[in-house]
Design a protein around this ligand. Structure first.
Ligand code: GDP
Ligand code: MG
Length: 341
């Protein structure tokens, strides 16, 4: 009897083993259920985005005889921003895209719902492609970015947006086989019909970068950027066009409107420069904006004669009707007063 009882009751070691196995199982269940929850939450959005990309590739494969180009927006799902975007797209349809019919690519985070996308599709005549983006603070940053910077009250979300427009957008697969793009914001408004194809115009005239206005950033938004750029130029021995030496330190293109060749930004020269700027952390620590960074990119890598100011387009951004500007806001070589934006 004693022998049987001894055989049935587990030893301390066995008990420990059972405990470890049970804890292990509990841990694995927890991990799997978390992954499962994330997968089930995210998969429809990810799947939808990749089906949109396939559809976009089909469109590119059957492209008519005109420049390969898209009009792109980065949007937010909150009602205010979404409503502005709807209005912006309607004006774009009415004043350009209803006739010239370029695909509209809409980058968005997970906050945008299928309902919103469907409603938008019903209201636009443009062929819209939704692309999901995920914004995170880059892991190479050594310090947590402050909620506010000396430059502005904008939070980290705004700085994700700056980083996206300044560089990471060009890694998006839709940019792989494109010649040109036109960037607009949700608060961009084209106010009058444009009676020509802006992309064909750029291509025929062999223009690389089209803008609407030159303005400049306040000093506190460019802390250290000019110095970093000069050091970078000296150490990398890049051949820059003469235009760089005329470029004013805080100048920038008002690039919520920007019509550009894609290859300027995918070229190694700009990619390496952007990477250097990005790794310095200035976008998150000082809120260096995409406009100043890319302004320096144009100054360094685009000859002035390859730039073009679309001063014939009636354009409003937010509350500001840019077409009401006073000259010489198109001239690259003249310093500008700070303008409201
Ligand atoms: N997804 C996403 N989009 C953003 C975020 N911040 C700004 N945007 C979008 O990026 C574009 C530029 O932002 P905006 O607030 O207009 O910047 P501003 O023109 O410098 O005032 C707009 O279309 C915004 O909707 C963000 O945190 N997430
Ligand atoms: Mg804007």
């Amino acid at each position: 009897m004693n022998k049987m009882a001894l055989m049935r009751s587990p030893s301390r070691t066995q008990l420990r083993l059972i405990l470890i196995i049970m804890l292990g199982l509990a841990f694995i269940t927890l991990v799997i259920s978390n992954i499962g929850r994330r997968l089930f939450k995210e998969t429809p959005a990810v799947l939808f985005s990749s089906s949109e990309l396939s559809r976009f590739k089909e469109t590119l494969a059957k492209w008519p005889n005109k420049p390969k180009a898209v009009i792109y927006f980065l949007v937010q799902g909150n009602p205010n921003s979404w409503a502005k975007f709807g209005k912006s797209l309607k004006l774009l349809d009415a004043n350009f895209n209803g006739v010239y019919r370029y695909p509209v690519v809409v980058f968005h985070e997970t906050g945008v719902t299928f309902q919103q996308m469907n409603d938008l599709r019903r209201e636009t005549s443009s062929d819209v492609y939704f692309q999901l983006v995920v914004f995170n603070v880059p892991q190479f940053l050594t310090e947590t970015p402050p909620n506010r910077t000396a430059c502005s009250k904008h939070g980290v979300g705004y700085r994700h947006m700056c980083r996206f427009h300044a560089g990471t957008v060009y890694d998006q697969p839709v940019f792989n086989d494109l010649e040109f793009y036109w960037r607009l914001d949700d608060d961009s408004q084209i106010l009058r019909p444009i009676n020509y194809d802006v992309f064909s115009f750029m291509k025929i005239k062999n223009l690389w970068y089209g803008y609407i206005l030159i303005t400049h950033e306040p000093q506190q938004c460019v802390t250290g950027l000019w110095e970093l750029t000069e050091d970078y130029l000296h150490s990398s021995k890049i051949q820059t066009p003469q235009s760089f030496y005329k470029w004013k330190k805080r100048n920038m293109f008002y690039n919520n409107f920007e019509i550009s060749r894609v290859d300027i930004w995918k070229n190694d020269n700009y990619v390496r420069y952007f990477d250097h700027v990005d790794k310095s952390g200035g976008i998150y620590y000082h809120r260096w904006g995409d406009a100043v960074i890319k302004g320096l990119g144009v100054a360094m890598f685009v000859p002035t004669e390859k730039t073009h100011c679309f001063d014939d387009i009636k354009y409003k951004h937010g509350f500001w009707d840019v077409s009401m500007r006073s000259l010489p806001s198109c001239n690259i070589n003249i310093p500008h007063r700070r303008t409201r934006h």
